[in-house]
Ligand binder design. Structure first.
Ligand SMILES: Cc1ncc(COP(=O)(O)O)c(C=O)c1O
Length: 316
């Protein structure tokens, strides 16, 4: 049975036709799910926070990088629904917080900063902190990094349902997205299987090595299929990890990518972020737009605009 959710996101998001490099293509504007809540994460949080409410949580714990869009969306959606939030962020505190971290602070998140090694054990750190909170009589609901759990990925299973009402699904050959924790891609794969579509899901790995992301995504799809007893079969060949487009590292972006981001922004009025969508669009342009007139792979703008404010020097 389909899990229940809050209705917080501004959905359905529009699908727009755009042209770049002489090629026309469709873009699904999941950056328009909200202003403060912008991006893909709120689709997952609708399910996760509903569950937190059901579990009578006082506090939400979650983790990510210091510019995590997921962390920022969690803090804000949690505030809307009466929860407090504690974040476990990979990074350092700065006197003038930028972008997502700025919003985390404005919306009142408690923050514990971790170095890279500590962040590797973030789930254990959250668990220990949760025990301390429990002793104080506080009920904590933990959300994994990126909101990518068997429940959270329903956000992108439901996305396919939304898409089916907007376009003829058989008209597109694939869906192209940035991938961090893999939940978006996992949800899309399940959603496509529910609609019995032989659709390619292109996932640009900006954080994890190719094989790790591949395994992570299929662990999520398998666990979700088991838990919710979904009568579907996923064709593994339909997941294509678009590797090699984050060679500068998760927290960095190469100047040639910034150039493509700015060129597209000035033609379309759409801004991509430095961590996810900028790298995804750069690879999409490279693989599917250059030298073509029309492309039938749908690009999903998964949000992230606040991340650009943490890279002002690079963008300018
Ligand atoms: C803007 C943006 N795009 C894409 C992603 C990737 O989504 P997922 O973690 O579900 O792979 C994220 C988060 O990780 C994100 O913040």
């Amino acid at each position: 049975m389909m899990p229940k959710k809050f209705n917080i996101a501004n959905i359905p998001t529009p699908i727009q036709n755009h042209k770049f490099n002489g090629c026309s293509f469709l873009i699904k504007r999941d950056d328009l799910t909200g202003v403060e809540l912008t991006g893909n994460k709120i689709r997952k949080l609708e399910y996760l926070l509903y569950d937190a409410k059901k579990n009578k949580a006082d506090y939400i714990f979650t983790a990510g990088g210091d510019q995590s869009n997921h962390a920022r969306a969690t803090v804000i959606a949690a505030a809307m629904n009466g929860f407090k939030t504690k974040l476990f962020l990979w990074g350092k505190d700065k006197s003038t917080a930028e972008g997502n971290l700025f919003l985390d602070k404005v919306f009142g998140a408690e923050i514990q900063y971790l170095n890279k090694d500590e962040f590797f054990n973030v789930n254990e750190i959250m668990l220990r902190e949760k025990e301390k909170f429990n002793k104080k009589g506080l009920n904590v609901y933990e959300i994994p990094a990126g909101g990518s759990s068997v429940l959270g990925i329903w956000g992108y299973i439901n996305f396919m349902n939304e898409l089916s009402k907007q376009i003829k699904l058989t008209k597109i050959k694939g869906i192209f997205t940035a991938a961090g924790s893999g939940g978006t891609s996992a949800g899309l794969l399940i959603g496509a299987a529910i609609f019995n579509l032989n659709l390619k899901i292109y996932a640009v790995n900006v954080l994890l090595p190719k094989d790790d992301l591949y395994n992570y995504i299929f662990n999520l799809t398998d666990a979700c299929i088991n838990k919710y007893k979904l009568n579907i079969k996923i064709r593994r060949e339909n997941l294509i990890i678009v590797d090699g487009y984050s060679e500068e590292g998760y927290k960095n972006i190469l100047p040639e990518k910034i150039n493509v981001i700015k060129e597209f922004a000035r033609q379309s009025g759409i801004l991509f972020d430095p961590t996810y969508t900028g790298k995804a669009f750069y690879s999409y342009n490279d693989l599917f737009l250059t030298g073509m007139k029309k492309n039938e792979v749908l690009f999903v703008h998964t949000g992230g605009i606040y991340g650009a404010f943490s890279k002002r020097k690079e963008y300018l």
